[in-house]
Each structure stands twice: as structure tokens, then as C-alpha cells.
Ligand binder design. Structure first.
Ligand code: PLP
Length: 436
């Protein structure tokens, strides 16, 4: 594989990245959009337009977008109904000196569909909502320790427990313990060590894979037996795998829930919702933000819920996701890669991973896969994040890309040394927000 494989396809992206890196650390605001996650020189780094399920980069290349803005865009780009709601509100104003009624309207709508929601607060980022959940749980229990299962954002309380802990006081880092997903025994051990010290178990109800039978209910029972608050971080599952999130889908209701991403269809909106007695802690703690009630995002959130209620959004996400899984499995089998390519997670938000092969390590295989999918007009770094706007043409294009990418991959795996033949650095993140 040589640089000439992709000619000047990404020339503008590469130039813009070089310029951005001079004035913006890592060239971007979001870790998962950074050059660390993309094969430099063989990938777009900047997009300028989206419509429906597709986006265009600054070199003019078009892609079926399977990143879906890191799951922040669920309906599709420029959804006409959400955009109309935003425009309508824009005609009245964005941020005001007092609250607007949009806050109560959206809170009531969420309380109607989200099993755990009796009261609701709004924020801008997922990290705001998870930090607020931890604050509430600590206030309610009078305890300091937190057990985290999954990824929960950039704040000290969480990131201090990862390998990216630089800058976090050791005293803070020591209060959070990370436990692997679907690993009940390790969670029990954490409670054995601190039977009366854990304020909250905060977890992604789905993390790469789906919960093992009884796992979520078991976590809930264990947390409650020890007086800890159970928080579901549904920043990515909320409004996506079901209108009422993973808690509705799997039938386990937490005490507190964090939402974000899909609810705003691209607008910055996140939520902490939960039991009335716990949410009452907000009367005594201090959690406040200038933009919590920003009205364009709230109007977008209401429009998203209207759309989920009025159209078969969620079934469509499952259907499209399943079509992608079938296409992927068919293409992998056709090229003899069934043992190398894996797909996991619920259909609306699956991820593709790779196993080591005698002739190449998984990282090299993934790097080649990503470059080949990008070259064939599919934007992905592994995710199969579907949007309501993805249509049959989009699925066909992705299916053709799987076929072409796996054909190339199978050819490359016939002899050793794939890593040396790649002309870009391996995509081997030092820290993966989803996996590490
Ligand atoms: C499960 C989960 N929790 C929290 C966050 C943090 O959200 P944000 O990046 O909006 O702060 C994310 C972001 O990807 C997430 O996936």
C-alpha cells in the first residue's frame, strides 16, 4: 500500500489538519475525532456538510456516515422537523435572562417515556450530566466512593481512574474504581472491600456488548443492598435503542439516568433525570450553568421526541442495523474472514472489531479496513452507528464497501508483513474512550 493509493483524495484535509495543529492542541475538540483515531493521509479530517445519512468532506468526497457524529445525530443531518423547530425558536431568541417554558415541557415529555425519570435537569455535555449524577449520589448517601462501568466523560471523578489521569489530584482519583462490564464478580468484590463506602455505581447499560442475562438486575440489587445509588449512563443508548432507553429495553430501572447525544440530534443537550427524592438534592447542592436552559437545544429535544413518537424511528434504526450486520457477515464469509471480523452491540449502535491473524495483528487489520472503507465512501473508524435517514442506497453502498474492503484485506492477509506495507501509522489509540 502506498500513499499513491489515495492520490490527492484527502489533500485539503491534510493541509487543514497541519494548520489546525499549530493553533489547536491535537487539532480538534473531541478526542474521538482527533487524528489519533484516523489513518493520517488516508482519511478525511474535516467535514463541511451533511444531509440525511451522508456527509461531505472539505475535499468534496461524499460518505455514508456511520459515525453519526459520535452518536449525537440519530435522525440524520438537517432533519427537516428538528431544523424547523430550531428555526422557529431562533425567531424568538436563544438564551434568556430567565427560564423558558421549554424546560418544563421537555422535562414532562422525558418523565412520560423514561421509566426512571420523575424529575429532570438539563445540561450541555454528557460529562456535565455524569458529574451531576455523582454529586447527587454523594450528597444523598454521604459517601465518597464511586464504581464506574464504562466511559463517562472527561471530569476528574472519572478520568482519574483511567490511564489518562495526568492533572487529576491523586486524592480524587483514589475515590473511583473502574470495573469491567458484564463482570459481576469484580463488582461484588468492590462492595466486599467497601461495604458501606460506595455512593454510586454508574454504568453504561450497554458497553460494546449487550448485558448478560440477569446482569443489570443483579447490579441494581447489589447496589441497593449496599445502600448505593444506581446510575445508568444512557448518553449513547438513550432515545436510540428504545424511546425509553436501555432501561425500557432491558426492563431494569435505575435511580438516576444520564441522557445526551441522540436527544438533541446534534444540538448540545444532556440530561440528568431520576427519582424525586434523589433529584431533591439539587435544592441543597450547587450544580448550575448559564446555558442549561438554552432554548434552541430544548426545542430540538422536543422535536426529536415528537419524531420518535410519530414515526417508526427506533424500529428503523434496528432494521438498518440488522441489514448492515447481514451485509458485513456475508462479505466477511465470502472472503474467508469470518474468524477475523467481529460485530457486537445492539443493532442501532454496533461496532466492528478484528481478531489477530497469523499474518497480521488486529491493529494493522483495523487500520487497513478503515482506510479501505473511507476510500469507498463510508465514514467509520469501526462503528456502525445508524441514523433514521440511512436509506437503502446507503445500505447498498456500505455493503459494496464491505465487499471491496474485505476482498483487499483477504488479499493482504495471504502473506505476512501487512503492518510494514501500510503507509500510514497504525490506528492504535493510546487511550480508547470506549475500550480502555
Ligand atoms: C456513555 C457516555 N457517557 C458520557 C459521555 C461524555 O459525554 P460528552 O462527551 O458529551 O461530555 C460519553 C461521550 O461519548 C459517553 O459515550
Amino acid at each position: 500500500m502506498s500513499d499513491s493509493d489515495h492520490g490527492d483524495r484527502y489533500a485539503a484535509s491534510l493541509a487543514a489538519l497541519t494548520a489546525a495543529e499549530r493553533v489547536i492542541p491535537t487539532g480538534t475538540q473531541t478526542f474521538s475525532k482527533s487524528p489519533l483515531h484516523l489513518p493520517r493521509g488516508h482519511a478525511p479530517h474535516f467535514l463541511e456538510e451533511g444531509r440525511g445519512g451522508r456527509v461531505r468532506d472539505i475535499d468534496g468526497n461524499e460518505y455514508v456516515d456511520l459515525m453519526a457524529a459520535l452518536l449525537a445525530v440519530m435522525l440524520g443531518y438537517r432533519d427537516p422537523d428538528v431544523d424547523a423547530a430550531i428555526r422557529d425558536q431562533l425567531g424568538r431568541g436563544i438564551s434568556f435572562s430567565l427560564a423558558t417554558r421549554l424546560e418544563g415541557t421537555l422535562a414532562e415529555r422525558l418523565a412520560d417515556i423514561l421509566p426512571s425519570a420523575e424529575m429532570v435537569r438539563f445540561f450541555k455535555n454528557g460529562s456535565d450530566a455524569t458529574a451531576a449524577a455523582v454529586r447527587v449520589a454523594r450528597a444523598a448517601t454521604g459517601r465518597d466512593r464511586v464504581v464506574a462501568i464504562g466511559y463517562h466523560g472527561w471530569q476528574d471523578w472519572y478520568i482519574g481512574a483511567t490511564t489518562r489521569r495526568k492533572g487529576v489530584p491523586a486524592a480524587v482519583a483514589a475515590l473511583t474504581e473502574r470495573v469491567p462490564y458484564n463482570d459481576f464478580a469484580t463488582l461484588e468484590a468492590a462492595f466486599d472491600t467497601h461495604p458501606d463506602g460506595i455512593a454510586a455505581v454508574i454504568m453504561e447499560p450497554v458497553h460494546g456488548e449487550e448485558p448478560a442475562p440477569g446482569y443489570l438486575a443483579g447490579v441494581r440489587e447489589l447496589a441497593h443492598r449496599h445502600g448505593a445509588v444506581l446510575v445508568f449512563d444512557e448518553i449513547i443508548t438513550g432515545c436510540r435503542i428504545a424511546a425509553g432507553g436501555a432501561q425500557a429495553h432491558y426492563g431494569v430501572t435505575p435511580d438516576l439516568t444520564c441522557l445526551g447525544k441522540a436527544l438533541g440530534n446534534g444540538m448540545p443537550l444532556s440530561v440528568l433525570a431520576g427519582r424525586r427524592d434523589l433529584m431533591a438534592e439539587f435544592d441543597d447542592i450547587f450544580v448550575s450553568g448559564t446555558f442549561g436552559g438554552e432554548s434552541l437545544s430544548l426545542a430540538a429535544g422536543i422535536a426529536v421526541l415528537d419524531k420518535i413518537a410519530g414515526e417508526p424511528v427506533i424500529p428503523a434504526l434496528w432494521g438498518t442495523g440488522r441489514s448492515l450486520t447481514s451485509a458485513l457477515r456475508e462479505a466477511a464469509a465470502a472472503h474467508g474472514l469470518a474468524d477475523v471480523v467481529r460485530v457486537g452491540g445492539p443493532a442501532p449502535m454496533q461496532g466492528v472489531t478484528f481478531a489477530d491473524h497469523p499474518n497480521a495483528a488486529a491493529d494493522a487489520i483495523r487500520t487497513l479496513y478503515v482506510t479501505e472503507m473511507l476510500a469507498r465512501g463510508v465514514l467509520t473508524t469501526g462503528a456502525l452507528n445508524v441514523m433514521y435517514a440511512h436509506d437503502r442506497d446507503d445500505v447498498s453502498r456500505v455493503a459494496a464497501a464491505f465487499d471491496g474492503a474485505f476482498e483487499r484485506l483477504a488479499r493482504e492477509l495471504r502473506r505476512p508483513g501487512l503492518e510494514k506495507r501500510l503507509s500510514c501509522p497504525l490506528i492504535r489509540p493510546v487511550f480508547s474512550v470506549r475500550g480502555e
